[in-house]
Design a protein around this ligand. Structure first.
Ligand code: ADP
Ligand code: ADP
Length: 228
């Protein structure tokens, strides 16, 4: 599903955020990306959804080499990938329903299909009854549920999450993790950068540790391995 071959990312300011990264993530995998601040985790994540391009090497997502991708083909790639952020990134003037529907409206899906799909995913995240509320009327955990609903509404093969529980209290973080597990159980690949030691050490999955821009560890069912 995701393959990196000899990937190096050097930012224009001269900082090398990743170097010589080789990794294969299969369809249906659930992967935590861990490591100290500044290690390169966000860069790793951004390369997958093509927010950044590698300086050297290849990033292949669902058979598409992201570096060779023409600007106009980026939406095709993004349709295979749902993205969830620490700070939710909901559109503040749109209600819950509209935030989720937006992803389908931009690809000109039929209105009847949009309605059905949006209500299905809102049901899945437990927010059908709050469809008409604005993001500001919701708790942080609820806002993250909306963001997750938006990320899966067009049935992507992979969901990328950058610190999705970083702004949430522990109980809410567990609820959000259960939701990611549920999505993964349906066959969706999950790649999640996280600093949440408790979660990584309890819900055991593949752990990729990045340190100084290199993969320091890649273990199935591995532990977090750092002080929280
Ligand atoms: P992490 O997510 O593990 O904290 P990042 O991938 O954000 O690590 O950052 C890795 C390194 O790249 C850091 O030294 C950071 O300062 C640098 N970096 C990240 N983004 C940029 C950017 N847009 N421009 C320049 N340097 C960056
Ligand atoms: P439930 O019965 O739990 O309420 P459904 O089985 O009706 O949920 O699923 C709701 C919708 O969400 C379905 O259309 C399903 O395809 C979609 N869905 C659920 N999980 C995912 C996923 N991981 N990726 C994409 N779509 C998903």
């Amino acid at each position: 599903m995701i393959e990196m071959q000899g990937v190096t990312k050097k930012y224009p300011n001269g900082v090398t955020a990743l170097s010589g990264v080789d990794v294969t993530i299969k369809q249906g995998d659930f992967v935590y990306v861990v490591g100290p601040s500044g290690a390169g985790k966000s860069t790793f994540i951004k390369l997958i959804y093509r927010e950044e391009k590698p300086t050297e090497g290849k990033v292949i997502v669902g058979g598409i080499n992201t570096a060779a991708l023409k600007q106009r083909s980026i939406p095709t790639l993004r349709r295979q990938i749902g993205v969830v952020f620490q700070d939710f990134k909901l559109l503040p003037l749109l209600n819950v329903y509209e935030n989720v529907a937006f992803a389908l409206e931009v690809i000109e899906e039929e209105p009847a299909v949009i309605r059905k799909r949006v209500m299905e995913v809102l049901d899945l995240v437990g927010l059908k009854h709050k469809a008409r509320m604005l993001p500001t009327e919701l708790s942080g955990g609820e806002q993250q549920r909306v963001a997750i609903a938006r990320s899966i509404v067009n049935s992507p093969k992979v969901v990328i999450a950058d610190e999705p529980t970083g702004n949430l209290d522990p109980d809410t973080s567990w609820d959000i993790m259960r939701l990611f597990e549920k999505i993964n159980e349906r066959g969706t690949t999950i790649v999640m950068a996280t600093h949440n030691k408790d979660i990584v050490n309890t819900i055991r999955r593949r752990v990729i540790a990045i340190e100084g821009g290199r993969i320091a560890r890649d273990e199935q069912g591995g532990d977090y391995g750092y002080e929280a």
